[in-house]
Design a protein around this ligand. Structure first.
Ligand code: NAD
Length: 479
């Protein structure tokens, strides 16, 4: 059985206690590799090396940092096919989607490689009395913890700015999808990233992840994952005054007004509902439809979604792959049962799917559309994070906003209308960190990315990320 290894001080190492976890291929429901079940002793070792490496890395010229991060980007691009197949097998996502995510993973490194060269700080002149300038210095050794839904894409989205800003990093990918982080270790070695600058430690969240969060010498934590994990991490890190960036769950509304471009709204809603099996924090899982087009939109949506091919992620025709784990598969199915108990009418799907042959034991759920639920019931307010959407009619802009804002989450939203005034008003009134108007998942990496309410604290992206991974120090010189 293949073994994934930790990447510590530039070496590929087994966990110190030689304990291992099973890694599943969700499309077949079978174990296909082993991953380190690391603990605090592995973190201690990684930290010793990272602290030593920091003394050199923080003084490495911006151009040198740029060069090595850019080489990593180029190697990710050069290995796109191999990485995409590995991601697809590990996560269950269709391989065509994994290829796009590998492109984005390379972009993350390229974007922040250039940011390292462009980042600058402010100066404030006190009219002949004094000059202040701001030093933005790297923090030291920082921790990056990422989830299973967009494994390499979100892992690199954290690591790249942390390194660009001059920090050394201990990073932990999800134990459910460790493979591409492991392959990234090899890429970093090939790119010539100095030893100890990046350390990748695999294992369970409550064990090795917890060891990272509670270690006093890991000075900042950038976390993406579930809201309940985020709460736990905040409770440990806050008394230590660690810098924290938390990107958490979502229950995003997709508001379709009658005056929208119907075909574009429909096509994009199919994607925003079911891309990556609905396992994207930005997926629109509540589709709010203005009543005058409710029936037309509902029927067209059912027709489109019914044609989506569910199955083997490595089959190029597949639109919806496997659910990432048995535990998550059961969680999603339990929410479908809850929706029925809450009076929901299953318009499409609503069941697991049994594949043939080698994929017979894989975890698949039919794309599911549900209507007739109260807008504030549990199904409509809790995160399901699977191929399940609800549709809800509304009559006025104010009612659409009430429904959109009725959850504890506030990550993303999308609004479909050709009325400019309405678009601006609804965008201003909606409680989410990201609003897309007549589009979805259109990303400019310079923009602030993050959520409000229980969807998180802090922002990633562009200068926001560079600022998070540095400490600002004001230096005041009296003239
Ligand atoms: P999760 O919270 O279970 O795990 C995320 C990561 O945290 C994993 O690496 C896990 O091992 C680690 N972890 C778990 N317990 C820990 C602990 N006690 N201490 C330290 N680390 C710990 O989340 P998940 O199930 O992997 O991911 C799905 C969730 O992530 C969904 O809620 C989704 O909305 C959210 N998400 C949010 C964003 C965003 O940008 N806001 C992006 C993607 C996913």
């Amino acid at each position: 059985m293949d073994k994934i290894l930790n990447y510590i001080n530039g070496e590929m190492l087994p966990p110190k206690k030689d304990q291992w976890l099973d890694n599943y291929n969700p499309s077949k429901g079978e174990v296909y590799s082993l991953i380190p079940d690391s603990d605090e002793t592995d973190i201690e070792e990684a930290l010793t090396h990272a602290e030593l490496a920091f003394e050199t890395w923080r003084l490495t010229s911006l151009e040198e940092r740029f060069k090595v991060l850019n080489r990593i980007a180029e190697l990710i691009d050069a290995n796109n096919d191999m990485l995409a197949v590995a991601e697809s097998m590990d996560q269950g996502k269709p391989v065509w989607l994994a290829k796009n995510e590998m492109i984005r993973s390379a972009q993350n490194f390229r974007f922040f490689a250039t940011a390292a060269m462009q980042f600058a700080s402010e100066s404030h002149n006190m009219e002949g009395h004094a000059i202040n300038y701001t030093l933005r210095q790297p923090i030291g050794v920082v921790g990056c913890i990422s989830p299973w839904n967009l494994p390499l894409y979100l892992f690199t989205w954290k690591i790249a700015p942390a390194l660009a800003a001059g920090n050394c990093v201990i990073a932990k990918p999800s134990e459910i999808t460790p493979m591409t982080a492991f392959l990234l270790s090899e890429i970093c070695r090939e790119a010539g990233l100095p030893k100890g600058v990046l350390n990748i430690v695999h294992g369970l969240g409550p064990k090795v992840g917890n060891a990272m969060v509670s270690h006093p010498r890991i000075k900042a934590i950038s976390f993406t994952g579930g809201t309940s994990t985020g709460k736990h991490i905040a409770a440990i890190a806050a008394p230590m005054f660690k810098k924290l960036s938390l990107e958490l769950g979502g229950k995003n509304p997709n508001i379709i007004f009658a005056d929208c471009d119907f075909d574009k709204a429909l096509k994009t809603t199919v994607q925003s509902s079911f891309m990556n099996q609905g396992e994207i924090c930005l997926c629109g899982s509540r589709i709010l439809i203005e009543r005058s087009i409710y029936n037309k939109f509902r029927d067209a949506l059912i027709k489109e979604v019914a044609q989506m091919k569910v199955g083997d992620p490595l089959d190029k025709e597949t639109k919806v792959g496997a659910i990432v784990s048995k535990m998550h598969f059961e969680k999603v199915l339990s929410y479908i049962e809850l929706a029925k108990q809450e009076g929901g009418n299953i318009l499409l799907g609503g069941t697991s799917l049994q594949m043939q042959g080698a994929h017979g034991a894989g975890w698949y759920i039919a794309p599911t559309i549900i209507e007739n639920l109260a807008y504030d019931c549990r199904t409509n307010t809790e995160e399901i994070f699977g191929p399940v959407v609800t549709i809800i009619p509304f009559d006025t802009d104010a009612e659409a906003l009430t429904i959109a804002n009725c959850t504890e989450y506030g990550l993303a939203s999308s609004i479909w209308t050709n009325n400019l005034t309405r678009a601006h008003k609804v965008a201003a009134g909606i409680q989410s960190g990201i609003v897309w108007i007549n589009c979805w998942l259109l990303r400019d990496l310079r923009t602030p990315f993050g959520g409000v309410k229980q969807s998180g604290v802090g922002r990633e992206g562009g200068w926001e990320a560079m600022k998070f991974f540095t400490e600002a120090k004001n230096v005041c010189i009296k003239l």
